[in-house]
Design a protein. Structure first.
Length: 560
């Protein structure tokens, strides 16, 4: 047979293989339609190399869809122990447990008389044990590493969002300072039964998508002989369905895409400056934080944090803006001896040089200390509850502004709650919407913010105004007339001023934040260079070829 004919036959076989895949049981299962309302999985990693996997998955079968007579759950590898596997549906034990006929590496559970009927909900529970999940962290030979992909489902069957709740229970003995998460930062961490627990919560996950979670810890806490070394990754040496140039190009394109995604993820991570604290997550709210401290907790952009400090000082009459572009400020003299300033306000003042321009180095150290202080204040409190509490304060601050029924009250409410309203992500748009078609009497600190814009007939205050407001008085002690401005003009002036201040206080916010993040929330130790190939096969097949620092691939499962 000639070489040309061999190539033609080989390509035809490849096409036939693709056709067979297309008409595999996946195609026959397209009538199954369900939603995975919640996918909760606990991974218990033990010192002897075994790991217990506990799934609680809530299935909601569509109205009119066939009954779900079986469930297939992808496993990290083929070491699962069927004899040690138990399962139940809605609390009823299931005994027909076998290797999945659809998922290459997985467990199939027949529901029998307990099938999830059309329109019904079923809570599926599975417990099993596996081995060979712990790999040596190539970046740090003293560390071991585990990565895990919770089971996911065929996109032709599953739809809607899923609450994905993943727990890593690290080996006994690991202390709070030792473990490291991988690329995905954990949602919370705590101690339970003398173990460090990492939890990842994704409330809008997709049921047909794989999510990778990983953690590293000192290898001294597991038996030495169970820590594996990642195998080297090699390219096949044979031609596959065409020219090697095609496959090399596809490989290069894949790496380019991964590099792009990785760079985007790294950029997002560099803006996360709060360290992930490991503490017993309580149920209490840490009250008493200032708006600036709440902004740090919520990880607001640092240029916005700086602007909040700046406007706080303006409201107290401590500094005066001399020019907007570029931003230059000067101190008011003399300052009252009993003036109460917060430590970060004093540090901000000290950072202002002779030219009236804050020094970025001093501001960077200020923010690092501020982050550390907020982190300490939150020790022993629930971060999630505390975040919700301060988001509610910001929302109520806006409600007070929107409820103002006179120009005087509107200006006063907005001025007093300025820093709290700035916690909103859409602060600028909301400011324009609130003031549209509404006249406003400008706040008392308006002269300190725009002293050059004071109109004729309006006196300037000669003494610092109290932070709580009050009636400004001129040099002769007479009350100052507060100008009334059209709301739209006022909003545009303030919004543009805030944006300019944010862009001027720090020249390049990304590099500024990145340098701070490097100290307050340094990148986790990366796991080894890895290659993960997982074929979903439409949800019924899975080839997890893991070659990474810690790779526990759980592949596609399905409902039958």
């Amino acid at each position: 047979m000639s070489k040309q004919r061999l190539v033609a036959v080989w390509r035809m076989l490849c096409v036939l293989a693709l056709i067979l895949i297309a008409v595999s049981p996946v195609a026959l299962a397209q009538d199954w339609r369900f939603n995975v309302a919640e996918n909760r999985v606990h991974l218990y990693i033990d010192a002897d190399g075994t790991a217990q996997i506990v799934y609680d998955i809530t299935f909601v079968n569509d109205a009119g869809a066939p009954a779900m007579t079986g469930i297939d759950v992808g496993m990290p590898n083929g070491t699962y122990d069927l004899a040690a596997t138990t399962a139940s549906i809605n609390g009823v034990s299931l005994s027909d447990i076998r290797p999945s006929p659809y998922v290459t590496t997985g467990i199939g559970i027949e529901l029998g008389a307990n099938a999830i009927r059309s329109g019904q909900t079923g809570l599926f529970h599975l417990e099993t044990t596996v081995r060979n999940l712990v790999y040596r962290d190539s970046d740090d030979p003293e560390y071991a590493s585990v990565e895990f992909i919770p089971t996911y489902f065929d996109s032709k069957m599953v739809h809607g969002t899923t609450i994905l709740d993943v727990y890593f229970h690290l080996p006994l003995g690991v202390t709070s300072e030792e473990p490291r998460y991988h690329d995905e930062p954990f949602t919370e961490s705590y101690f339970e039964d003398d173990r460090v627990v990492y939890r990842w919560l994704k409330e809008d996950a997709q049921g047909d998508r794989e999510y990778i979670f990983g953690a590293s810890f000192p290898s001294q806490y597991v038996d030495e002989d169970i820590v594996q070394t990642a195998p080297a990754f090699t390219l096949p040496k044979f031609d596959l369905c065409g020219s090697p140039i095609f496959w090399f190009g596809a490989f290069a394109a894949g790496w380019a895409a991964l590099a792009f995604i990785g760079s985007r993820a790294q950029k997002r991570r560099r803006m996360k400056y709060m360290p992930p604290a490991l503490a017993v997550e309580g149920s209490g709210v840490k009250r008493g934080l200032t708006a600036v401290e709440a902004a740090i907790l919520l990880e607001a952009p640092l240029d916005k944090v700086m602007t909040m400090i700046l406007f706080g000082l303006l409201k107290k009459g401590i500094i005066i803006v001399e020019s907007e572009k570029p931003l230059k400020v000067r101190m008011r003299e003399p300052l009252p001896e009993d003036l109460k300033l917060r430590y970060y306000e004093r540090r901000f003042i000290n950072a202002i040089g002779d030219k009236g321009e804050p020094a970025e180095g001093a501001l960077r150290e200020l923010i690092i200390d501020l982050i550390g202080d907020v982190n300490k204040k939150l020790s022993g409190f629930s971060r999630s509850e505390t975040k919700a509490y301060y988001k509610d304060i910001a929302a109520r601050a806006w409600q007070q502004v929107e409820a103002a029924d006179t120009p005087e009250v509107l200006g006063k409410s907005w001025g007093e709650g300025l820093e709290w309203t700035m916690l909103e992500d859409d602060w600028d748009d909301r400011t324009r919407d609130v003031f549209r078609d509404r006249p406003v009497v400008v706040p008392y600190w308006w002269w300190f913010y725009r002293p050059w814009a004071v109109g004729t007939g309006h006196a300037r205050p000669s003494t610092p105004m109290p932070s709580g407001g009050g009636i400004p008085r001129g040099s002769g002690g007479t009350p100052v007339t507060l100008p009334t401005l059209p709301g739209a003009d006022f909003a545009n002036t303030v919004v543009s001023g805030v944006e300019n201040a944010a862009n001027t206080v720090v020249s390049r916010i990304e590099s500024f934040t990145s340098e701070i993040t490097g100290k307050t929330n340094p990148p986790p130790k990366p796991s080894s260079s890895s290659s993960r190939s997982g074929g979903r096969g439409g949800g019924y097949s899975c080839a997890c070829a893991c070659a990474c620092a810690g790779c526990a691939c759980a592949c596609a499962g399905g409902g039958r």
